[in-house]
Design a protein around this ligand. Structure first.
Ligand SMILES: [Mg+2]
Length: 304
């Protein structure tokens, strides 16, 4: 597989500068996206998701450093390296732009090869950053989010839901008899089953939903703006897809089921986000008690 070309976002109000940069960068194998004003840059940056930005100082509606400050305050955009590319080369300008959050400063016109070399350096740092973030946020076996992200997302979604009166559902799933798989077929097969479960869960939910590996064979789902009935339907669909798909490896084909506990803010009013997790866990326990391979949203009488 050839690696995806890096996308460079060129923000400059001069059409000539943009055309020159496009030609230069495309000749080096980069993909180029352009914006000619601050407002265009702000609208496009999220869609383009560039690997680096080349940013002019003077734009018709705002300055480059003002844009950088805006992006630096955004949780996602702040990771994109911005190189100032400007004819303003005074030391105080350089200092100002770097302090605003630019990673580098290249004067117009650049010495031959300078711009490309500085871009490569910025992309190296970006790649390292991306890798560190992935390591910090994801479970290495399944690639799903880890517990740390789960708790952060749950806190954020809980806050948003309670503030705006939105619905929020949380589900917890556990692979049935997972220990038997590990004991009977070996940990490699067990690991493969966990990866397959992760793939099933990831592909079966919306992009705004969060799926995390909670523990060994336990997974948690955060479904913003989904009422209990919708969450039950989503989980039931996953359960059925799981029941029909092949599991394990060619030498160790398996049938795998899982149990799910679901709760929603409206049906289970709680004061703190962790209590939603606890409620989902209690329902998961009830699903196990009830015979596994099922989705449970209501606690049996006497246990509520
Ligand atoms: Mg300009």
């Amino acid at each position: 597989m050839t690696p995806r070309p890096h996308t460079i976002f060129v923000v400059d109000d001069s059409r000539i500068t943009r055309a020159v940069l496009r030609e230069l960068l495309e000749a080096h194998g980069y993909r180029v996206e352009e914006a000619g004003s601050g407002v265009e840059a702000r609208v496009k940056i999220g869609q383009v998701a560039p690997d680096a930005v080349l940013l002019d100082w003077e734009l018709p509606d705002e300055t480059g450093p003002e844009l950088i400050k805006r992006w630096a305050a955004d949780a996602e955009l702040k990771w994109i390296p911005v190189l100032m590319f400007t004819s303003h080369k005074e030391p105080e300008r350089i200092e100002y732009a770097l302090d605003a959050g630019a990673v580098d400063f290249v004067g117009k016109p650049p010495a031959p090869g300078e711009l490309e070399a500085r871009l490569r350096a910025a992309l190296r740092v970006k790649a390292l950053h991306d890798e560190l973030r992935r390591l910090a946020l994801c479970d290495p076996l399944t690639g799903l989010y880890n517990r740390r992200v789960l708790h952060e997302r749950l806190r954020d979604e809980f806050e948003r839901a309670t503030r705006y009166g939105n619905e929020l559902s949380v589900a917890m799933a556990d692979i049935d008899f997972f220990k038997r798989i590990n004991d009977g077929h070996g940990h490699d097969v067990g690991d493969e089953v966990l990866r397959q479960a992760a793939e099933l869960f990831r592909s079966g939910l919306r992009a705004v939903d969060t799926v995390a590996r909670f523990g060994g064979e336990e997974f948690v789902f955060i479904l913003p703006q989904v009422p209990l009935a919708g969450a039950v339907r989503a989980m039931e669909r996953l359960r059925q897809t799981g029941a029909e798909r092949p599991w394990g490896t060619t030498e160790h084909p398996l049938k795998v089921t899982f149990s799910v506990g679901v709760c929603a803010l409206s049906s289970c009013p709680v004061a703190r986000p962790e209590e939603l997790l606890k409620a989902a866990d209690e329902r998961l326990y009830a699903a196990k008690e009830g015979g596994r391979d099922r989705v449970v949203a209501e606690l049996p009488a006497g246990r509520a």
